[in-house]
Write a protein that binds this ligand. Structure first.
Ligand code: DAH
Length: 339
């Protein structure tokens, strides 16, 4: 019995020492100390050992087990350390490697133009507000002095949801919504999407964007309008930009005008950009019609104001010299990447 235990012990220790990784070590542990292991076999044979020898043999078995376990633990610690070491080596980070470039998207030319407009007007003390895209006929037309039979209603080929609700054809209804709140004075811009049932071509789209502007206070005159919009044009197109106002008609302003800027490409001498005229039209504007003020609960004897409407796409197309509006909506990254 003694020799057998001795043999188990020697063989086990030899194997343990020779094991080259933790898996192998575990295998040996099971083979020697496990349920079906060599040492357990010996214990099972105890019933054949004479009763007086049993304590002694039992002690020998325990000693053998302890010796083997000790060796296993010793080797396990070494192997575990080696394994950790190897793992660390394999995971070394080379900080000199060039980083992987992630392809970040960026802002759409419309958004860039809008943020530029917002920056300019916020700088002049304006608030940025928003109104609904699905709008009551009342706000889109009636309250802007465009009655049911008015030709302007046909001009702005409207998408009707029903006879009272439309997709707004302009951002001007936001003027009414802000005036109705009754907080004066007002100095705001309202950017947003508008809709008209137009055929798609290089200069038209059934959905595009406008930026509305509205100022209401005591003693606001046409010179405030001119000064403000001239300053805006300079900020947007450059210090040397001049403006000119041409009389026009909008139902919600009186008087009304369209504003042209000197062509920022040729400086006014005439080129392809401005079709030879030296001027480029950029917005509609005017003094808010007294009837519009009254309908929104503002006394036109006490308050006056001016309004303007800018086509956002037009600004983006001009600024980036894009000759087809459709490019703005196709989302072709080869195009969009350029801005
Ligand atoms: N709403 C007009 C349009 O869509 C643009 C416009 C013109 C807005 C004059 C205004 C304005 O606020 O004063 O054609």
């Amino acid at each position: 019995m003694k020799e057998r235990l001795q043999k188990i012990r020697e063989e086990a220790i030899e194997k343990v020492q020779a094991s080259e990784n933790l898996d192998k070590l575990n295998e040996i542990k099971v083979a020697v100390l496990g349920k079906k292991g060599a040492l357990t076999e010996v214990l099972k044979g105890m019933k054949d050992v004479a009763a007086e020898d049993r304590p002694k043999v039992g002690q020998m078995v325990n000693e053998t087990r302890a010796a083997i376990e000790e060796k296993i633990e010793e080797v396990r610690v070494k192997l575990a350390a080696a394994a950790r070491e190897a793992k660390m080596k394999a995971e070394v980070i080379d900080v000199t490697l060039p980083a992987k470039k992630s392809n970040l998207g960026h802002r759409h030319p419309n958004t860039i133009a809008l943020e530029e407009l917002e920056r300019i007007f916020i700088g002049m003390g304006y608030e940025v507000v928003e109104g609904p895209e699905v709008e009551y006929d009342y706000y889109n037309f009636e309250a802007l002095n465009i009655p049911a039979n008015h030709p302007a209603k046909d001009e702005q080929d409207t998408f009707y949801i029903n006879d009272k609700i439309v997709l707004r054809t302009q951002t001007s209804p936001v003027q009414v919504r802000v005036m109705e709140q009754g907080k004066l004075p007002i100095r705001m811009i309202a950017p947003g999407r508008v809709f008209r049932s137009d055929e798609v071509d290089a200069t038209h789209s059934p959905s595009f964007h406008q930026v509305e502007g509205l100022v209401i206070d005591k003693n606001i005159t046409f010179s405030d309008l001119k000064g403000t919009l001239a300053e805006f044009a300079k900020e947007l197109f450059g210090e040397n930009t001049k403006v000119k106002f041409r009389p026009h008609h909008f139902p919600f302003t009186e008087p009304s005008a369209e504003m042209d800027v000197t062509c920022f490409k040729c400086g006014g001498t005439g080129c392809r950009m401005c079709k030879g005229s030296g001027w480029i039209e950029i917005l509609g504007c005017g003094m808010v019609h007294p009837r519009v003020l009254k309908m929104s609960g503002i006394d036109p004897e006490e308050y006056s104001g001016f309004a303007f409407g800018i086509g956002l796409e037009r600004i983006a197309l001009l600024k980036y010299e894009i000759d087809d509006m459709r490019l703005l909506y196709e989302n072709d990254v080869r195009f969009l990447k350029q801005f």
